[in-house]
Each structure stands twice: as structure tokens, then as C-alpha cells.
Design a protein around this ligand. Structure first.
Ligand code: TEU
Length: 553
């Protein structure tokens, strides 16, 4: 079995992780300084969001040089040191590769916009007139270039021009760059919005924002197979594709070993259960049954189809999960542990986003001046222009903004949470004096220790990797219970997603009398079994190991 099937990945947003040099932003040597902590936690890979040279309009997802380190993060020598020192601790680096687009400050784009017959013109996508496609960050997906009097495509910010993957020279340059990083010793790649790289040649219009035309586009599988041959083949590398608005069928193809494309895929369907009518910028409660259904469909579907899921609740684009799907107040500790258990016991490779392991919460910024994110600022401007009242916009931003995840990591109760001695680039969440790594390390009952136990459990219990997933009580409005089924044994995973107590009877399972001894992990001191019933306390969660005799058919 590929080692990454039993691995756990930790995602670092370098700008907000730790400032080794006591500056406003974090840096690469700051990550080196925290390697002992990450080794203690037990993670296998570190996915670092982009630290290459960039004007930082989208915090590094707008790259202007694929071969240089952005000076705010350090130097090439620092990356090499990080690779070596992580490697000494059994940890490998996953580089975030942003090749769907470049910054408009990239020399390719600078050349391309010189004239219509410039040799780099075809590195990007140009048209005389825009179609109706919309940018994911708001407004038209086309920007006018006054020098050459044409429009270029940008599915994200206007400063992020889409590359033309149909041009073989573009692919050649990208694969060359990826080989450069592979040969530096990185252990894998995270590929930013990689399912958007192939656009239909006629740029059709429809009654939508265009996404159905360019998502999982016509030649995307061919291009990924080519990448696999040119970069991954014969090397021990893990690759994960970020798949925007994708389908199960495509994800099976992307990650099936016989397709020779990628190791695994991220999809976001389970994180749209609080987007009413698929609209992000509207305040809403999350749809719990929908969440269970989506995750269950992907578990079963990927399993049957032979694909592999990347599992996650959080990343640098999403609000903090404890604030989103649980309780960041009284039950913060119990509910953060419950969410960790519910996710880590699924099949796939779990990703932990910095701060999730200590149960960090959304910061609750109420003033637009506290926000830095380009998407948030664009939306704020566009909604104001459209006449939406400021209060309504801010309520949605407070709940949905990507900056919820981007406040500095809480290391201690010291000034600026021990992140830096100077004022950070974005404000801290105000609760760092209580929620921080130092306090969590000292408390054996903390969210942090629970995450460490979850990681250790995955290594010790092969069923977590291999067991068949089976959802119990799919329509239950409060509990997500599932089995992981193996030969003559099962894991029973039960999670109460709400603050109310509840009583349930589980089908398929005869609960053992000695449940206490079978408990693999839980977030309350003892197991809630009373005969055939379970009495679940607020956000209660546990995992039991069952053997043959205890499984009723
Ligand atoms: O994100 C792609 C993406 O589509 C999102 O998750 C996006 O943030 C969301 O749709 C906004 O509502 C990736 C990166 O993770 C993100 O940070 C970048 O901004 C984006 O690509 C562009 O490179």
C-alpha cells in the first residue's frame, strides 16, 4: 500500500504560522523552529501554501517567479534547510503548485502583453470580446488590456491571468519547474484548482457563470497523465489535486491508480452545506443531514470506484470548523474533538489545518478594515456597489471570509500569541490567551492531545485505512454514526453533532457489555452505553472496536 494512504498531512499557511525574525509575517525558518512540535504531533507531510515570489495580492497564489522564494519568507537556503530538517524527523514537504494561472507580474505575462505577436502571447488566453463567464472572486472573468486591445481570462482576481494549457510550451515549462522542485527533495505537490486548466476552445456561454464549461474540462485528464509521466513517474511523490465544483466520477478518474494521474483529490461539496442555493455570501445554518449524505456518498463512491479522498474540515480558504459546524463557546473542547474524530475515522488521507488541532475559532472581525483577503475585499466592494446594506454584507463576511482561517497561529498567551513581537499583518483572534499551543500541551485533556491520539490511532489501526464505510441512521437529525467494516471486525464511530443530549438505538450493532475496554477514543471519560441504547451527551463522540460476536447482521 502507498504510504500516503496511512499518512496525515498538516497544512501550514506560512504567513500566519510563526515569525522567526520577529516581523509582521511568518517565515520559513519559523517553520523550522516548530518542527519538533509537528513531529510530536505525529504528522507525515507538511503542505505549505505558496511561498514563491509573488506580489502577494492573493497571498502567494499569484506567482511571479516559480524558481525564487518570496523575500518575505526567506531564501532558497531556508527551504533546503526546511526540507532537510523535516526529513530528519520523518516529515516530508508538499509544495503548493499554482499553475492554473500566474500573476500578471510574471515575466511571461509581461512579455505576452507587449504585442499580439509576442512569442509568449499564447501562454495566456485572449479574446476580442469577453463572454459571460464570471470570476470566482466576483465580476467578469475577463480583463481588458489597453496596450493590445484584447481581453485576457482570469477565473480568479484580475491579477491572476489563466495560463493556456493547450499550448505545449506552457506544459513543458510547468513540468520543468515541477521537476526542479522534485529534485530539490520535496515529497509531493498540492495542485491549486487543477481541474480548471482545460477550457473548451469555443468558450461557450450558458445560463450560468461559465463553471460548467471549464470545470473538469475537455483535456484535463490527458494533461494530468502527461504531468504524471513527466514529473511523478518513478519517484516516491504524493500528489493531491484541489478540485473545484467537481464530480465523483471525475475524482475517481483523477485518483485511480490505473489512470496514472494523481494520488488523491480535494472536493468542496461538504463545505457548501451552509451556502443556501449555492450562494456563499449569505448567512445560514449548516444542513447536517446534507453534510452526512455528501460525505457518505463520497466515502462509498470513492471506495467502490477505487479513488482516494483527501479529508478535511479546514483550510486557508474556509472558516474555522468549530465555529462553523459545532460550538466555539461552552462546548468548544468537546465539539472540536468530536469533529476531529468524525473526520479522522473516515477512509482517505486527513489534512489538519494549522490551529485546528488546538480548536482555534473564527476571530469575529466586525469591521471591514480588519480584513485583508482579496476575495473578501472584492465582494465587499461589489455588494456595496449593488446597494446591499453594509450590515448585511458584514454579517456574511464575518461568517464566511477566508480571513477567519488566516489569523496568526496561537503559540502561547504571550504578546501576539507568541507569533511575533511586532504587530502581525492581520489581527489575532482575541481568545489566544486561553486557546494556544502552550496551554494545550500542558493539558492532557485538550483538543491538541486528542488530535495527537487520532493520528496515532490511524497508524495503529489498519481498519481506519482499509475498512468499508457504512453509514448508520442516515436520516437522524443529530447523530452521525458509521461503521468501518473489515474481516470479522468493525469500528463503530458515533458523533453527536449538537449540544442537546440524545438517545439512539443503532441498527446492525449488538453493543458489547465490556464497551469500556473496547473504547479506542472518546471525548467524555466513559462510554455512554446502557443495554442496547446509547445516551449521548452534548457533542459526545467515541469509537468502539467490535469483533465478530458483537456484530448483528
Ligand atoms: O482556491 C480555489 C477556490 O476555488 C476556493 O477555495 C476559493 O477560495 C473559493 O472558491 C472562494 O470562494 C485556491 C486557493 O486555495 C486559494 O487560496 C486561491 O485564492 C485560489 O485557488 C486562486 O489561486
Amino acid at each position: 500500500m502507498q504510504d500516503w494512504k496511512r499518512s496525515v498531512v498538516y497544512q501550514i499557511y506560512p504567513k500566519s504560522f510563526y515569525s522567526h525574525a520577529d516581523r509582521a509575517t511568518g517565515d520559513l525558518l519559523g517553520i523550522v523552529a516548530k518542527l519538533d512540535y509537528l513531529q510530536w504531533l505525529g504528522v507525515d507531510y507538511l503542505w505549505l501554501t505558496p511561498f514563491l515570489r509573488s506580489p502577494q495580492r492573493d497571498n502567494g497564489y499569484d506567482i511571479s517567479d516559480y524558481y525564487a522564494i518570496d523575500p518575505s519568507y526567506g531564501s532558497m537556503a531556508d527551504v533546503e534547510r526546511l526540507i532537510t530538517e523535516a526529513g530528519q524527523r520523518g516529515i516530508r514537504l508538499m509544495l503548493d503548485i499554482v499553475v492554473s494561472h500566474t500573476s500578471i507580474e510574471h515575466p511571461w505575462f509581461q512579455a505576452a502583453r507587449q504585442s499580439r505577436d509576442n512569442p509568449f502571447r499564447d501562454f495566456y488566453i485572449w479574446r476580442d470580446t469577453p463572454n459571460n463567464w464570471q470570476s470566482k472572486f466576483g465580476g467578469s472573468a475577463w480583463a481588458y488590456d489597453a496596450v493590445t486591445e484584447q481581453y485576457y481570462l482570469h477565473l480568479f482576481d484580475h491579477s491572476q491571468a489563466d495560463l493556456n494549457w493547450d499550448n505545449p510550451r506552457v506544459r513543458e515549462e510547468i513540468f520543468r519547474m515541477m521537476r526542479f522542485w522534485r529534485d530539490k527533495g520535496v515529497g509531493g505537490f498540492r495542485l491549486d484548482v487543477i481541474n480548471l486548466i482545460s477550457k473548451p476552445k469555443d468558450f461557450p456561454e450558458g445560463d450560468c457563470d461559465g463553471r460548467r464549461f471549464y470545470t473538469d474540462g475537455p483535456l484535463v485528464h490527458e494533461y494530468l497523465q502527461e504531468m504524471n509521466r513527466e514529473v511523478f513517474d518513478g519517484h516516491p511523490l504524493v500528489s493531491v489535486g484541489e478540485m473545484s465544483s467537481t464530480t465523483l466520477e471525475h475524482c475517481i478518474r483523477y485518483s485511480h491508480p490505473e489512470s496514472s494521474e494523481l494520488s488523491m483529490t480535494f472536493n468542496f461539496h461538504h463545505l457548501k452545506v451552509d451556502y443556501p442555493g449555492l450562494q456563499k455570501w449569505v448567512c445560514a445554518e449548516f444542513d447536517f443531514i446534507g453534510l452526512k449524505r455528501i460525505l457518505s456518498d463520497w466515502q462509498a463512491g470513492m471506495q467502490q470506484g477505487g479513488g482516494w479522498n483527501a479529508l478535511f474540515w479546514c483550510n486557508h480558504d474556509q472558516p474555522r470548523v468549530v465555529s462553523r459546524f459545532a460550538d466555539d463557546g461552552v462546548y468548544r473542547v468537546q465539539s472540536a474533538k468530536m469533529l476531529g474524530t468524525a473526520l479522522h475515522l473516515l477512509q482517505g488521507t486527513p489534512y489538519i489545518y494549522q490551529g485546528e488541532e488546538i480548536g482555534m475559532t473564527d476571530p469575529g472581525f466586525a469591521d471591514i478594515r480588519q480584513y485583508r483577503d482579496v476575495e473578501t475585499l472584492n465582494i465587499h466592494r461589489l455588494k456595496l456597489e449593488a446597494g446591499v446594506p453594509e450590515e448585511e454584507i458584514m454579517a456574511a463576511i464575518q461568517q464566511k471570509s477566508r480571513d477567519n482561517a488566516r489569523t496568526p497561529m496561537h503559540w502561547s498567551a504571550a504578546q501576539n500569541a507568541g507569533f511575533s513581537s511586532v504587530q502581525p499583518w492581520i489581527e489575532l483572534a482575541p481568545n489566544y490567551p486561553e486557546i494556544n499551543v502552550e496551554a494545550a500541551l500542558a493539558d492532557g485533556d485538550s483538543v491538541l492531545h486528542h488530535y495527537r491520539r487520532l493520528i496515532a490511532l490511524r497508524k495503529a489501526e489498519p481498519l481506519i485505512t482499509t475498512g468499508e464505510y457504512r453509514c448508520l441512521l442516515p436520516e437522524h437529525p443529530q447523530v452521525w454514526a458509521y461503521l468501518r467494516v473489515g474481516e470479522g471486525e468493525r469500528l463503530l464511530v458515533v458523533n453527536n453533532f449538537f449540544a442537546a443530549d440524545c438517545e439512539v438505538r443503532l441498527p446492525e450493532v449488538a453493543l458489547p457489555v465490556d464497551s469500556q475496554q473496547r473504547l479506542l477514543i472518546s471525548n467524555y471519560p466513559n462510554c455512554p452505553l446502557r443495554g442496547a441504547f446509547l445516551y449521548l451527551r452534548p457533542y459526545e463522540s467515541f469509537v468502539l472496536h467490535l469483533t465478530e460476536g458483537e456484530i448483528s447482521q
